[in-house]
Design a protein around this ligand. Sequence first.
Ligand SMILES: [Fe+2]
Length: 384
Amino acid sequence: MVSDNKIFQDFQYLMPTKIIFKTGGISELTSLSIQLGTKPFIVTGRQSSKKNGALEKLKNTFTDAIVFDEVEENPTIETCDNAGEICRKNQCDWIIGVGGGSPLDVSKVVAGLATNTGKCEQYFGKDLFRNAPLPVLAIPTTAGTGSEVTPYAVITNTKNNTKQTIADYRIFPTIALLDPILTRTLPHHITLSTGLDALSQSMEGMVSKKATPITDYLAKESCKLIFQWLPKVLNDPEDIEGRYWLLYASLLSGIVIAQTGTTLVHALGYFYTLNYKVPHGIANALFLIPMFKRNISFFPEKLKFIVDFLHEEYSNQQPELSIEKALNRFFNEIKFSKSASTWGVFDNQFDVFAKQLYADSYRFRNQYGEFSVDDIFQIFKESF
Ligand SMILES: [Fe+2]
């Protein structure tokens, strides 16, 4: 056991983002006094913010805005550099990120690139921006990544086919505007994938070496809300109460990982996303059972609520079996196939992935336990 026995824990907590959680908020930008400069640079994806009307509303409110709508899923360093260049050229002085995790992450990178010299890839690492980034308004339209309240941007480095992180406390968005109405038009597969991402983040936050009493409290609430509401919203996408709670749960998951970071689940998931285009949240979820069977040995007391909440019998002798059964029950309820083989993954590269992951010590920084290359290979196999 690790933190189960730890009574007096030292911790820090920084959350500088102003959170405005308002149903219909996207239609009230002016009355909410959301204006962080004179000329905004809007960063968005190719579709979702157009479908739900968010982009149109932003353009009508901020008529000077320059729009960059080319953010792809798993955005690349080239996209960030390109957007940064356009932002600088047009002398925009604040950024609006609107969409799923990808546009929000890019918006935060652009905020830094706009005031600093050089390219995106120079800033992979921690707190490397010299000059203060531009202020960012982040408007999530999925209930998933929590990027609106984190100091991270995960970007694909096309030079070595890896996902790398820019972590800088100054790219915390200045304002996060959360409007559940915007998530009502999300299709089933995105609701599923982003909901599972939020769940992974909250669960990982609880077992991170950087977990704190505050994040534990928020993460637990987030998990319960997702267990309760994700099945309902998947059955009825118009369930606005459910959409509200999922967006809130996602927000909590972002607040959590802003402090705790993610653990091996995310690190493992990146391999499926990069190599087989498995959506981020799905890729994480494929590793929840293999990893939490292991994690629960460090935190039996802390994780017991998952088993209880999902109405499984908790066994003190075999907690790993209890959490496996509980998560299986939840996955069945949401009709999620927990086998990577059904998501287009092949098992012929697991040895390569395992070696690559093992060699990257950064991925283990928040993870309890010792893992050999063989252990990691085994975890890939179990997810398959
Ligand atoms: Fe995530």
